[in-house]
Design a protein around this ligand. Structure first.
Ligand SMILES: *[C@@H]1O[C@H](CO)[C@@H](O)[C@H](O)[C@H]1NC(C)=O
Ligand SMILES: *[C@@H]1O[C@H](CO)[C@@H](O)[C@H](O)[C@H]1NC(C)=O
Length: 264
């Protein structure tokens, strides 16, 4: 005969299962997604002076059709501007004021259809920055990421800093913009070249960054992940780390008797 306690156990299991199912909320209604295309500077050939006032009436620079947009970056914290890394080309020679729109640069693009006061949807942040404001900076400006203060951008191993001014403001001019390199001490006394950082990512706290670095051990290439806390060192002008921490995983692989699998 079927024991009564087993019957109740099955009944209870069924009720719990049905109730648990009823607790799962229904999926939300699908939301509309709008895709908008951002403007990019006019395109020309790589010939000096090809970025004429006909193609670029506002005189804010031209790019190559292929490779002109090097990388799209993050939004600024206002949600109205997107950072981009572009490769300007075709600028007139100096002393033409448009000659600053040359090569690898970081620009802001209006993402809400508005314009900067000069009528252009673009503002170049790094163009024309005086050499004295960019001492020892690294050339590559990859993975541009905005700080939450709207005044600084992490790009490559540099911090582009407009001091007390918002990057979008007119006060943030080439003269008030500084490009500071990030220094990573890898010797006890801080001597030497410093470590080579790659793939930098800004932590949401805006005080730390994550990065990785290649290491060569016994003829093999390894890669380790780190986090570091940034502090500003005004003499010489540069950002540096006060604390470095290698990820537990890397520390483990570095210490393991068997060499970590090299990258081929
Ligand atoms: C920019 O364009 C020049 C000329 O085509 C090229 O030599 C250079 O590598 C480009 N830079 C980047 C960052 O793409
Ligand atoms: C790195 O080394 C420099 C000297 O080259 C020193 O001034 C600086 O304090 C060091 N930074 C850290 C975080 O130890």
């Amino acid at each position: 005969m079927f024991p009564i306690n087993v019957f109740f156990l099955i009944l209870r299991t069924l009720i719990v299962t049905v109730q648990a199912k009823a607790d799962v909320p229904p999926p939300p209604e699908p939301e509309p997604i709008e895709i908008i295309e951002l403007p990019l500077p006019p395109v020309v050939s790589a010939i000096e002076g090809s970025c004429t006032s006909e193609v670029d009436p506002l005189g804010t620079g031209c790019i190559l059709q292929r490779g002109g947009l090097v990388q799209a970056g993050s939004f600024l914290p206002d949600g109205k501007h997107v950072i981009a890394r572009v490769n300007y080309t075709g600028a007139a020679a100096t002393p033409d004021p448009a000659s600053i729109y040359a090569g690898d640069q970081i620009i802001l693009i209006k993402a809400d259809g508005a314009s900067f006061p000069n009528g252009s949807p673009f503002k170049c942040i790094t163009c024309g920055v005086p050499q004295g404001n960019a001492q020892g900076n690294a050339e590559a400006l990859d993975y541009p990421q905005a700080f939450r203060d709207g005044r600084r951008i992490l790009a490559g191993t540099n911090i582009i800093d407009c001091g007390e001014f918002d990057l979008v403001s007119d006060e943030c001019s080439p003269a008030s913009t500084f490009i500071y390199p990030i220094r990573w001490n890898t010797t006890v006394d801080g001597s030497g070249e410093g470590g080579s950082l790659r793939e930098l990512r800004l932590h949401p706290d805006n005080l730390h960054i994550g990065f990785n670095s290649f290491a060569y051990t016994a003829g093999k290439l390894n890669q380790y992940a780190y986090t570091g806390q940034l502090t500003f060192n005004s003499a010489p002008d540069r950002w540096r780390f006060t604390k470095n921490r290698q990820s537990d995983k890397s520390t483990k692989s570095a210490k393991s008797a068997k060499p970590a699998k090299p990258i081929k």
